[in-house]
Structures are given as C-alpha cells and as structure tokens.
Write a new protein. Structure first.
Length: 130
C-alpha cells in the first residue's frame, strides 16, 4: 500500500480515512481494526525515525460539525477571501482557518460571532434532536 501513498500522508489523513472506513463498514466489518493497527504501527515507526507527523485530535466529524465547516468555507469564498486573508482579518493563523473549515477543531461562540461580524453576515445553523 505504501508504494501508492506515502506513510506520512497516510498518518496525517488517518481521521478522514477512518471516517471512510466507517462508511464502508457493512461491506468490510473487520477493516477498522486492521487499518487502526496499520496506522499505529506506521506512526510509531515514523516517530522513532524522528519524522514530524502532524495529527489531528480524534474529534469525531459529526454531521453538525461538517455543516458548520462547510458553511464557514462557503461564506469566506463568497466574500472573496483566501484563507490567509481571512486569517489576517481575524487575527489568527491560516492553519486555524483551515482546521475550522475541515471541522477539525471546536469553535467558541465568541469566535463564531467574530467571524460573522467580519463578514457582516448572519450565520444560522439549526440544531435538531436525534
């Protein structure tokens, strides 16, 4: 497999890969444990060699998190800003904007309010019970 994908790329994208494996779970019920062990072994090997692997915290990509991330990205693009430009205006890093738009970090109500004010927009997300 690692002849097709670099080990570093696999480890960095593990949270997204894991979500895709979960979606295909009915077809391959034992795949999650297999790939989880491949990830852990590969990460350990790379770390032992001194490789710097940026991994995301294991935050589940819930439906509401994905909706909010997509909404923030959509507004930024409609307003004509790059991630870097939006970051400068908000006083944060481009990396922070990227993580927000990927649903990889929690956002505070205050940060969400600042984003809405910067874009002069009303941001609406409807929460419903399951």
């Amino acid at each position: 497999m690692f002849s097709l994908v670099k080990k570093e790329v696999f480890c960095q994208n593990w949270p997204l890969i894991k979500e895709e494996i979960k979606k295909a779970g009915n077809f391959f019920p034992n795949n999650m444990e297999l790939w989880k062990s491949v990830y852990k072994k590969t990460l350990k090997e790379l770390t032992a060699r001194g490789a710097k692997i940026h991994t995301f915290p294991d935050i589940p990509l819930t439906k509401i998190r994905v909706i909010l991330a997509n909404k923030l990205r959509e507004i930024r693009i409609k307003e004509g800003y790059t991630q870097k430009e939006a970051a400068v205006l908000q006083g944060v890093t481009q990396k922070y904007i990227s993580k927000l738009e990927m649903g990889r970090i929690n956002i505070s109500i205050d940060a969400l309010s600042n984003i809405a004010n910067m874009y002069c927009r009303r941001i609406e997300i409807v929460f419903t019970g399951t």
